[in-house]
Every structure is written in structure tokens, then in C-alpha cells.
Design a protein around this ligand. Structure first.
Ligand SMILES: [Zn+2]
Length: 82
């Protein structure tokens, strides 16, 4: 509707605001954070810079979006999952 408006998302790791396209979307699936490269996974997505530092911090912070009682948080990238 608003032409030229770029949606911004906040990185869960460092808290920086970036254009949505510059961040990687992750979705909590069965207690794990799965990289949503195709942007097609349903559910609550969180965004993070494509940096290991940010991913680590995101994993610690994102337990709230995971199921209650889930203690560990595993970040799954497409490269790492078959
Ligand atoms: Zn970041």
C-alpha cells in the first residue's frame, strides 16, 4: 500500500533493525529453531542477522518463543538438516 516502504525487522541477537530481506527468518518447530529460507514455514517467526554471534544470542533469547519446558534450543539450518 505504501509504495517504497521497506519492512523492518529486529534481529533477536543484536537488536539492530534491518530491512526484512537482510535478516534470516527462523521459526520454532517442535522446540527447535529452523531456518526458514523459503519463507514458507507457518508459525511465529523471529529474525536474526546471518552471523554466528547473533545466532548464538538469538538461541539464548528465543526460548520464550519455544514451547514451555523446552530447555534446549537447537538452531537448524538447511545445510545441517536432511
Ligand atoms: Zn544481529
Amino acid at each position: 500500500m505504501r509504495g517504497g516502504h521497506v519492512p523492518q525487522r529486529t534481529c533477536r541477537g543484536c537488536g539492530r533493525k534491518e530491512p526484512q530481506a537482510a535478516l534470516v527468518r527462523y521459526v520454532a518447530v517442535e522446540g527447535r529453531l529452523v531456518e526458514d529460507k523459503m519463507k514458507r514455514l507457518p508459525g511465529k517467526g523471529i529474525y536474526c542477522c546471518n552471523q554466528d554471534k547473533c545466532r548464538e544470542r538469538m538461541a539464548k533469547r528465543s526460548r520464550k518463543v519455544l514451547k514451555q519446558g523446552e530447555r534446549r534450543c537447537v538452531v537448524v539450518t538447511e545445510e545441517g538438516s536432511v
